[in-house]
Ligand binder design. Sequence first.
Ligand SMILES: Nc1ncnc2c1ncn2[C@@H]1O[C@H](COP(=O)(O)OP(=O)(O)OP(=O)(O)O)[C@@H](O)[C@H]1O
Ligand SMILES: [Mg+2]
Length: 223
Amino acid sequence: MRGIFITGTDTAVGKTTIGVHLAKTLRQNGQRVRVRKPVETGCERLAGSDALQPSDAIQLRAAAGITDTLDAVCPYRYEPPVSPEWAARLANCPLAIGDLHAACLDGVGSDDFLLVEGAGGFYSPIAQGALNADLAAGLGMPVLLVVADRLGAVNQTLLAIEAMEMRGLPLMGVVLNQVAQPENPFLDNHAELQRWLAAPVIHQTYNSPASPQLTQWVQKWLG
Ligand SMILES: Nc1ncnc2c1ncn2[C@@H]1O[C@H](COP(=O)(O)OP(=O)(O)OP(=O)(O)O)[C@@H](O)[C@H]1O
Ligand SMILES: [Mg+2]
């Protein structure tokens, strides 16, 4: 089974946005895509119901065009907008990393291309005593790092990549994502990151379709 663990330097850097672009691009290239967002916090509660809406999982599932139930894509959901580990503690039911690991693989076939989105940043706590990094390492999947294209991106990217190297995790590449309209004409994070990194860096511009480089990546990954 092929797959990618989508992580970020932080929360709200565009992991889901890039995950959606990737799922669509993989499908266009003939892949059967499965998506997992094993735990999501900050879920909205539907009026008059106990059901929690996992918006990331809903977007990823739609992009993958799969019939998997939302419970299969995102079995662990919490309302408070805090880390999953903390949300589970608040619910008095600690979350085990093994359960998240199992949720990522449950129902996924050997011919599927699996996209897993973590929660928060690479070192955000995701389960009892476990970070996103531990889930990625346990799954043994190559990692795609999403970084918000703003001042500080170089620092955050280099820190995250060093953490991945410490754990021996393969880095597929970095997506430098414009989460907002660029305002600083002096900033060129793409050029800076390329100077510092051997890994490929692609740029996703604000409010645009998937970067053509993403398609090239996918075609390269698929051989
Ligand atoms: N390239 C982009 N162009 C326009 N808007 C974007 C882009 N990337 C992200 N956004 C917007 O920024 C916000 C955060 O993006 P997104 O939800 O993908 O981040 P995330 O890393 O998945 O967040 P979380 O940590 O909550 O899972 C969303 O409102 C999204 O629509
Ligand atoms: Mg997300």
